[in-house]
Design a protein around this ligand. Structure first.
Ligand code: DUC
Ligand code: ZN
Ligand code: ZN
Length: 482
């Protein structure tokens, strides 16, 4: 008699801590047992494959509402398809705010759009205008609804916050028990350098990197950490591009601060030179912070191994290359300043990291699992439901062929964006099948999942992001509504 709805048989199970050959028994969409000789109504043969937790992509932009109406090209159906094709089963995307407006109405509209998803999903709430109404009334309501992370930009028009506004967001997060995630680049320094570059006629995509060298990211990271330390508010630094930025995080961690660092595949395999292609082609590689160079990429791996950077998300932010709404929205002669930033990466995240990390011997499979699934799940309050293989966890799994060599082409990634910056990149290691809550939703590249079958992941309060209790002079300024 069958004890389980589904058994994944004979694979090498990779947990955050261990690797062993075992069967996984699934009942009611959850892992019910990890053992030997399990019997299920259905069996998936995993001999010769790795069986890993489904990826958790804690930073991706899907169908994000845009100023002036509309939304990002990548929608929740195509975004889910790409994620599942690449072995990712949960995402955290962004509900945004437009200056002068609140956050409740866009969140309601965003939830309506996300209801089509086939991956499980949660949101970060972007704050672009730290008004009294938003900070004192709306943030507590949004956090109570399970959106337990706020995102701020220290640069970008019209998104960026000045230091005073950033402090108000940090304080609101401390009062409500939310994490703050931060895009760290110095707004004024980028504007100043950009003006000089344009005055000198340096307008091509490659000058995007020139406009925002690494010290611009390092300075903002240092400042974000200092202000968060003063408020005693845990933060995650988004998309760290190079070691000198990560070293700011390492110093904070050594002082016992709750500061975490995220990086992304683009910082391991792209460089500033990619933007120096003929004509407009360089726009395909344009994201912020800018990719640096090979030495920076290699240096990031050491910081991953040391645990300073413990999450690798995609920062999927797709803008098609050949459509009028994407990279060329302001024309093929647009100066770098006016070209939308971002690269697609939902479906390529796991293959690139596995190949560059595990196949090339830089990290072991357990470290890979921690980087792409366990650590993001823990940091964002989804663990142990997500991010691990253990009884009681959702049966979100990816069956992985560690020996399969694939040359990445855009069509394999199944996103709506018409290009990938990784076209032609050879990777070793590829997802064979993806299982979401016990349902096989991808097999051999074919995604079959009902639109709307993804679940909203409301995130309750959790200990990891509690403040440390250390405030300067013992005075907790966040207790005052200023
Ligand atoms: N940088 C961001 O901060 N967000 C999306 C895309 C990008 O390049
Ligand atoms: Zn960012
Ligand atoms: Zn982003």
């Amino acid at each position: 008699m069958a004890d389980y709805d589904l058994v994944i048989a004979g694979g090498t199970v990779v947990t955050p801590a261990d690797m062993f050959v075992a069967d996984i028994g699934v009942a009611d969409g959850r892992i019910a047992a990890v053992g030997l000789n399990l019997r299920g109504q259905r069996t998936v043969d995993a001999h010769g494959l790795l069986v890993m937790p489904g990826g958790v992509d804690s930073h991706c932009h899907i169908e994000q509402l845009q100023q002036g109406g509309g939304a990002d090209e990548e929608n929740f159906i195509t975004g889910s398809t790409s994620a599942l094709a690449g072995g990712t089963t949960s995402v955290i995307t962004f509900s945004t705010q437009f200056k002068g407006h609140g956050i409740l109405a866009p969140l309601a509209e965003y939830r309506r759009r996300a209801a089509k998803a086939m991956v499980d999903y949660s949101f970060h709430q972007i704050i672009t205008d730290a008004s009294d109404e938003v900070i004192f009334n709306e943030v507590p309501r949004v956090v109570a609804a399970g959106v337990r992370s706020l995102k701020v930009f220290l640069t970008y028009d019209p998104l960026h916050l000045d230091d005073r506004q950033f402090l108000r967001v940090l304080a609101a997060a401390r009062r409500t028990g939310a994490l703050v995630t931060v895009h760290c680049e110095n707004y004024e320094a980028i504007r100043w350098r950009t003006a000089a570059l344009l005055a000198d006629g340096k307008v091509a995509p490659k000058y995007h990197a020139w406009s925002r060298p690494s010290m611009i990211e390092r300075e903002a990271t240092h400042r974000a950490i200092a202000l968060a330390e003063m408020v005693d508010q845990p933060i995650q630094i988004f998309h760290v591009s190079c070691p000198e930025v990560a070293e700011e995080i390492a110093r904070a961690q050594a002082r016992g601060l709750k500061v975490w660092g995220e990086t992304c595949p683009q910082y391991f395999v792209l460089s500033a030179d990619d933007m120096d292609r003929p004509g407009f082609e360089g726009a395909k590689f344009m994201c912020s912070p800018a990719p640096r160079d090979a030495a920076a990429s290699e240096g990031l791996w050491k910081l991953v191994r040391d645990g300073v950077l413990d999450v690798c998300s995609s920062d999927h932010s797709g803008w098609s290359y050949d459509t009028p709404v994407g990279k060329r929205v302001h024309g093929l002669d647009a100066p770098f300043r006016d070209i939308p930033n971002g690269v697609p990466g939902l479906g390529s995240r796991l293959p690139i990291l596995f190949s560059e990390g595990v196949s090339k011997g830089r990290i072991d499979p357990c470290a890979f699992v921690r980087l792409v699934a366990t650590n993001p799940a823990r940091l964002f309050g989804l663990y142990p439901r997500k991010g691990t293989i253990a009884p009681g966890a959702d049966a979100d799994l990816v069956l992985w062929d560690p020996n399969r060599t694939v040359t990445i082409t855009n069509s394999l990634l199944q996103h709506i964006i018409d290009y990938t910056p990784y076209e032609g990149l050879e990777v070793t290691g590829w997802p064979v099948s993806t299982i979401r809550r016990g349902e096989v939703v991808m097999k051999d590249g074919i995604v079959q999942a009902e639109p709307g079958s993804g679940q909203f992941l409301a995130r309750a309060a959790y200990d990891l992001i509690k403040p440390t209790g250390n405030v300067p002079f013992g005075f907790d300024a966040s207790a005052f509504l200023v």
